[in-house]
Design a binder for this molecule. Structure first.
Ligand SMILES: [Ca+2]
Ligand SMILES: [Ca+2]
Ligand SMILES: [Ca+2]
Length: 257
């Protein structure tokens, strides 16, 4: 005859910690909401270039609709694709931006997105002293154009997806400064962003695993013992429960009186 054991309060303890673990998982896996979607890429609100470091040449920067003239920093920082700037200096212009609350990281695939408007023009990107030229392609999306004579109602939104491999940047290395060179006018940049794949893993990922693993053990145990079907005093066999990642847990249970 098999000996019966009572969990004696263990089930309510496990239930409590099971729901606690689920709650913590819910918190730790809550990724930042996508602030802006451009070119079918979801960007968090920190993804964009944060400060204008230097500029040469003369730019005209315009907001969409009736927004009128704005400064270069407003046009090229942040995630608003409808404001932009273009160079009016025949010899070309350049400007540098810095990422201060994020970085562009060389991971697999493209790491940096440069959006511009209208017709593609060749532009240069300088990173760590290396210059490469790019031509953006149409995202298929349109943005509202400035409400000015001679302007269309909308501009095509174009993007160049840039891999830091092309600049000799080693895998995993962060870049926080990017210089853009207007080689053909009117190149009109509007958004400069780190693509989502180029995000450094955050401590939240470690927190996830620290909470997920015990939760899996508890879930496996509850499932094994059928506690959810009982009244909190489920009868069970003493034994060994193998957790979801293969670590054995031995439960010591008091025999039912
Ligand atoms: Ca940023
Ligand atoms: Ca890359
Ligand atoms: Ca812009």
């Amino acid at each position: 005859m098999r000996k019966k054991f009572r969990m004696n309060g263990t089930s309510s303890f496990l239930k409590h910690h099971f729901y606690l673990c689920l709650g913590v998982i819910g918190i730790s896996t809550a990724s930042p909401a996508a602030a802006v979607t451009l070119g079918a890429i979801d960007f968090a609100d920190t993804a964009f270039a944060d400060s204008l470091e230097a500029a040469s040449g003369t730019f005209i920067a315009l907001a969409a609709g009736d927004g009128g003239s704005i400064d270069l920093a407003t046009a090229v920082l942040g995630g608003d694709a409808s404001d932009s700037a273009f160079c009016t200096t025949p010899a070309g212009c350049s400007f540098s931006v810095a990422f201060t609350d994020n970085a562009v990281v060389n991971l697999a695939g493209p790491d940096l997105a440069v959006f511009e408007l209208g017709t593609p023009q060749t532009f240069g990107v300088e990173i760590s002293g290396v210059v490469q030229n790019f031509l953006a392609t149409d995202t298929g999306e349109d943005v509202l154009a400035p409400n000015l004579p001679g302007f269309p109602d909308t501009f095509d939104l174009l993007v160049a997806l840039i891999d830091l491999d092309d600049f000799g940047i080693a895998e995993g290395v962060e870049v926080t400064s990017v210089r853009l060179l207007s080689l053909e006018n009117p190149f009109d940049p509007t958004v400069i962003a780190a693509v989502p794949g180029g995000v450094v893993p955050e401590p939240a990922v470690l927190l996830l695993w620290m909470t997920l693993i015990p939760a899996l053990f508890v879930l496996a145990h509850l499932s094994h013992q059928g506690v959810s079907r009982g009244r909190g005093d489920a009868r069970l066999q003493n034994g060994l429960v193998i957790g979801a990642i293969g670590w054995p847990i031995r439960f010591r249970l008091r025999p039912k009186g």
